[in-house]
Design a protein around this ligand. Structure first.
Ligand code: NDP
Length: 387
């Protein structure tokens, strides 16, 4: 069997490294075309050399000389900059992992979709910001979009048993994050280091903070709304602290199909990498006896307003989800830098949504314009909070 060509956008991150871990266990099976990073040249060059990539791209142009030096004599091409990231999709890999964090991943993700092959989507912010543009690019190009987010991958797997027309409800599970039992007063005092400690999953910094505010679940609700068009009223969220059930689909005959597994991102990544087949993984088997019990709670939209804001953004439509995402990216960064408090993240997102003029989204240029103005307003509100 000919090796499958793969490219990984965001290869130095948590999802990217988990993907490379799986690929590295069966190197003859894969031909690595492009690997990309934001700034981490050392990790990118090491991965490119280990996996014998053809091309390594770093988004920050200032890192080009270092990347070129790190790859000297290896035969691996080095490139840098936003345009080079998009151009890397021209290599036309059979399978592309979109795992850049944030809206920074939108252009390469969209370019990979336009190639019309298979795109494994972890970069949820791209879909949240440009959902309608991305989904029409999928249907125009004939690309296969495979969800990698554990919940959406679970739903995708559950849908194989019945089909979307027969669905009565889709339930996204949520761990509730590290502050699931905290009061608002307790949350007001938390520091970045506490918020970065997720109880079940090991993830990048931004998604860890999103999990702590539960904006991650809000973004996932928007993501599910695009990927599984059953209508908002059929999408629900259930807090399940053990993160064993990754999501569920209920059919109109009231059969509920769930996907379970240990909280290890290599499980959903492997499902997308081998799809429509199955592959071996080094992940732990599920041991329900030692887990002992599975708990469930209703989500609390008062302590975690991000859930309400995401639902309202879906209902508002147009630019609202892109505004929500951009404001959240700015606020999360400000929190991680120690410039604002934990609860200020939600306040800034809500303020930006309330103050900005909403607009229709017809093209990717509309998304860039909305993203930029929402970021500017969020930066201004952040600065006002500090002063
Ligand atoms: P990380 O922060 O660990 O990695 C992010 C990746 O994006 C890195 O390769 C980083 O490069 C790169 N990057 C950062 N900024 C830019 C930029 N401006 N331009 C180009 N590349 C950039 O994130 P995760 O792997 O945790 O998450 C990636 C995506 O997957 C997110 O959208 C997240 O929501 C989603 N996801 C993650 C899960 C997880 O378990 N981690 C689970 C489900 C979804 P560098 O290392 O050089 O900074």
């Amino acid at each position: 069997m000919a090796p499958r060509s793969v490219s990984i956008f965001g290869a130095t991150g948590s999802v990217g490294q988990s993907t490379l871990d799986l690929i590295g266990r069966d190197p003859e099976r894969y031909d690595v075309f492009a690997l990309t990073a934001g700034r981490d040249v050392e990790k990118l060059a090491a991965a490119a050399i280990q996996h014998r990539a053809r091309l390594a791209v770093v988004a920050d142009e200032n890192c080009y000389a270092d990347l070129k030096a790190a790859l000297a004599g290896t035969g691996i091409e080095a490139a840098a900059g936003a345009a080079a990231l998009v151009d890397a999709t021209d290599l036309g890999a059979d399978w592309t992992m979109a795992s850049i964090v944030g809206c920074a991943g939108l252009a390469p993700t969209l370019a990979a979709i336009r190639q019309g092959r298979t795109v494994a989507l972890a970069n949820k912010e791209a879909l949240v910001s440009a959902g309608s543009v991305m989904m029409s690019a999928v249907s125009n190009s004939g690309a296969t979009l495979l969800p990698v987010d554990s919940e959406h991958n679970a739903i995708f797997q559950c849908l194989a048993s019945g089909g979307i027309e027969a669905v009565s409800r889709i339930t996204l599970t949520a761990s509730g994050g590290p502050f699931r039992t905290f009061s608002r007063e307790e949350m007001a005092r938390v520091k970045p280091a506490q918020a970065l400690k997720h109880p079940n999953w090991s993830m990048g910094r931004k998604i860890s903070i999103d999990s702590a505010t539960m904006m991650n679940k809000g973004l996932e609700l928007i993501e599910a709304w695009h990927l599984f068009p059953v209508g908002l009223e059929r999408l629900s969220i259930l807090v399940h602290p053990q993160s064993v059930i990754h999501s569920m689909v209920e059919y109109r005959d009231r059969s509920t199909i769930a996907q379970l597994g240990c909280p290890d991102m290599r499980v959903p990544i492997a499902s997308a990498l081998a799809w429509p087949e199955r592959m071996e993984t080094p992940c732990q088997p599920l041991d329900l006896v030692s887990i002992g019990r599975l708990d469930f709670e209703a989500p609390d939209e008062v302590r975690f307003p991000a859930l309400r804001l995401a639902r309202e953004a879906i209902l508002a439509g147009g630019s609202a989800p892109a505004v929500l995402n951009a404001a959240n990216e700015v606020a999360v960064e400000a929190f991680l830098d120690g410039r604002i408090g934990f609860l200020d993240i939600g306040r800034i997102v809500e303020d930006v949504l309330a103050r900005i003029d909403m607009a229709p989204v017809a093209s990717i240029d509309d998304v860039w314009a909305i993203d930029m103005s929402a970021r500017q307003l969020a930066e201004r509100l952040t600065a006002e909070l500090i002063n």
